[in-house]
Design a protein around this ligand. Structure first.
Ligand code: FMN
Ligand code: SF4
Length: 413
């Protein structure tokens, strides 16, 4: 049986999250000190070698993102780092676990990332309901400043940076990176059109690196132990560990940090205690609302960004919802589509009208107990049209779950 491997969560339950001296005693801030004694280019190289992929959902190379931001506009007087702590994807609570239990790890990762790209200012854009995380991060930033880890001339170097916390106000769309930048600039949470990409033209028009909490909190261990050590875990295309948050009809819901490459079967039966008494597995939703449904034929596929793609699935944020035989697939689909309809900002017609249309179609299935023969195809055609014509990735989201439903659960409609 595989074992849990806590790398990002190494301090979980072992230190007082409100004590900087506890964090330092556990080896904290050594990686930042080491990083600041190297050239920024070397940090980017090490991160690229580690092949760490973004943990916010899309799985983009962390090293490459840093490279693009660092190389963009070398004469710009300002660059920014933004930590995405909005954590709005249903079923996902891994970032909260990190921020509540080891806030200094995130701050240390941010110092290293800011140094690598030359950002003198960093923000944490955090979900406003995360009261405990906000309080603990606020104290951790204050204590780090007192110790000289934030502010001017960090570790006696010529590098200076600082972190500010900004609160989100409950919009799922503001977790999308470009919408987040609008919100950070004090504007309404409407998305921007890409390109330009934030690495070239981000916050206030300056090069900006945007990374998820889990991604940034993993940076210190990569710098401390090296890329070769890191790539010794997980799989070739998806090295390292991932924090999975598992919920639904299982005996032990919660969070588990595991090496990538483990199977859904191992996650559900070895770690999450298996299905609840008397309940058989019907479906697993991986990656939250913007994720994909799979059935038991995918239970033995090693979980990684590319391996799951081959099965028409996504790893996404690492949220895993297990649905028992008593759960209705069209019912679950309606919850997801209503969520998207509610979160659509309404700026563009294909998404605003398309979401309403999708909810109307799925409601007809649930109200009548059955749809017409081609109802799933009709929804999929609508979602594909939306994916092609919507302004931002939210309008492209319904196509993912619907495609997976067509592949694995067409008979349920
Ligand atoms: C509608 C929408 C909501 C998103 N919400 C979040 C979120 O809450 N947290 C997050 O880290 N990424 C979220 N993302 C992904 C971000 O746009 C971005 O890809 C991510 O912050 C990049 O960080 P990473 O490279 O470390 O994964 C969202 C994307 C979309 C389209
Ligand atoms: S796709 Fe949806 S969420 Fe995005 S801009 Fe258009 S209406 Fe707003």
């Amino acid at each position: 049986m595989a074992e849990e491997r806590r790398i990002t969560l190494i301090n979980y339950g072992k230190i007082d999250p409100e004590s900087i001296s506890d964090y330092i005693s556990a080896g904290g801030y050594k990686a930042a000190e080491k990083a600041l004694s190297c050239k920024p280019f070397d940090i980017i190289e090490e991160m690229s070698k580690s092949s760490l992929r973004g943990r916010g959902g899309a799985g983009f190379s962390t090293g490459l993102k840093k490279k693009f931001t660092s190389e963009a506009c070398t004469l710009c007087e300002q660059k920014y780092l933004v930590c995405n702590a909005d954590e709005g994807e249903p079923g996902t609570f891994k970032d909260r676990i990190i921020m509540e239990n080891d806030p200094h790890r995130l701050i240390e990762g941010m110092i290293i990332a800011a140094y690598a790209i030359g950002a003198s200012k960093a923000y944490i854009y955090i979900r406003g309901e995360y009261y405990k995380s906000i309080k603990r991060l606020g104290k951790a930033i204050h204590d780090a400043r007192q110790e000289g880890f934030l502010g001017s001339n960090i570790f006696g170097s010529s590098f200076s940076t600082d972190i500010e916390i900004r609160l989100g106000a409950g919009s799922y769309l503001c977790g999308e990176e470009l919408t987040m930048l609008e919100s950070l600039e004090g504007k309404r949470g409407y998305p921007r059109i890409k390109p330009p990409f934030p690495a070239g033209k981000g916050l206030h028009g300056f090069p900006t690196l945007i990374n998820n909490v889990e991604t940034l909190a993993t940076v210190p261990v990569v710098i401390e132990k090296g890329a070769d050590w890191y790539t010794g875990m997980g799989t070739e295309d998806s090295p390292g560990t991932k924090i999975f948050t598992i919920s639904g009809d299982i005996k032990k819901p919660g969070f588990y940090e595991l090496e990538l490459g483990l199977t859904l079967r191992e996650l559900i039966y070895d770690f999450a205690g298996g299905m609840k008494e008397g309940v058989d597995l019907k479906a697993v939703l991986i990656g939250g609302a913007a994720g994909t449904f799979v059935d038991e034929t995918v239970l033995d596929t090693p979980m990684g960004f590319d391996t799951l793609k081959e099965k028409g699935a996504v790893l996404g944020s690492g949220a895993v919802m297990v649905l028992g035989h008593n759960k209705s697939i069209p019912g679950m689909t309606q919850s997801i589509l209503e969520f998207f309809e509610h979160e659509s900002c309404g700026k563009c017609v294909p998404c605003r009208v398309g979401m309403t249309q999708l909810v109307r179609l799925i409601s007809s299935v649930n109200e009548n107990g059955t749809g017409h023969k081609n109802i799933l195809d009709e929804m999929l055609t609508e979602a594909e049209f939306m994916a092609k014509t919507s302004l931002c990735p939210l309008g492209q989201s319904p196509v993912l779950p619907l495609k997976s439903l067509k592949r694995y659960f067409a008979g349920h409609f």
